[in-house]
Design a protein around this ligand. Structure first.
Ligand SMILES: [Zn+2]
Length: 246
């Protein structure tokens, strides 16, 4: 629920979306919009090109959630052009893929209700290097479209050791060490939706959900733009029949 001031908040958020879209179109006169998946110049109103839409490794739905997380939503598998676009955002420090990610995630989440979006925080050094936090940028765009406020309920005390270099157990311990509940933030009784760009095993999401649940959150779900394939069981993967040995 959005609470007693829902009407006012919705108006403010809708205005924010209109201003954001207007600015994006106006700026495209000088800096044409680019498809984050292939680099083609696209129309001022578009967020990615039509050919790429057919090439995206879409999930468009729910995946088995990690521990402590009620539901996990994802747009794409982290492969092909989806992976290339995430690299632009995370490693080439280009912010424009967040526009497409925010739009696509808001479509996946359009029937999901939550009291607040909680972006996975980046460490100070990462923000200094990139100039922005990928999860916060995506969360802002999702928030504008779904009229769900952002709650910066978590902080990263220092930069995470790159999770992908760690074992599953080390990932959980590392995430627990790095993240904490932000000061003066009230999460009691709230249904929260964690937002991130990519998840691999879900260890970070699981550790963050644990922090939020321990602080009194009623429910914690998570949404990511991309899920690394092979790290979890694909829901569409059929069970293989194994004949019993005689
Ligand atoms: Zn494209």
């Amino acid at each position: 629920m959005l609470g007693a001031h829902a009407g006012g908040s919705i108006c403010r958020l809708m205005n924010k979306l209109s201003v954001y879209e207007f600015k994006r179109r106006a700026l495209s006169v000088f800096f044409p919009n680019i498809c984050p998946f292939c680099g083609r110049v696209i129309d001022a109103r578009d967020y990615y090109c039509e050919p790429c839409e057919g090439l995206l490794p879409l999930i468009n739905g729910e995946l088995p959630p990690p521990e402590n997380v009620s539901r996990l939503y994802a747009c794409c598998w982290y492969s092909g052009i989806a992976r290339a676009a995430v690299h632009m955002l995370k490693f080439k420090c280009l912010i424009y893929p967040a526009d497409a990610f925010g739009l696509m995630m808001s479509r996946v989440l359009q029937n999901v209700s939550a009291d607040a979006l909680v972006p996975v925080p980046s460490g100070f050094l990462s923000i200094e290097k990139r100039g922005f936090s990928p999860a916060e940028e995506i969360a802002e765009r999702v928030s504008m479209r779904l009229n769900i406020p952002i709650l910066n309920a978590l902080t990263a005390d220092f930069d995470k050791v790159e999770q992908k270099t760690l074992t599953r157990k080390s990932r959980i311990l590392n995430a627990r060490k790095c993240f904490h509940l932000a000061e003066d933030v009230e999460v009691t009784g709230k249904r929260l939706l964690i937002i991130d760009d990519v998840t691999t095993t879900g260890s970070t999401l699981s550790a963050l959900a644990e922090i939020l649940l321990n602080a009194g959150a009623a429910d914690v779900s998570a949404a990511v733009f991309a899920q690394v394939p092979g790290s979890i069981k694909r829901p569409e993967e059929p069970k293989r029949y194994k004949p019993k040995r005689k």
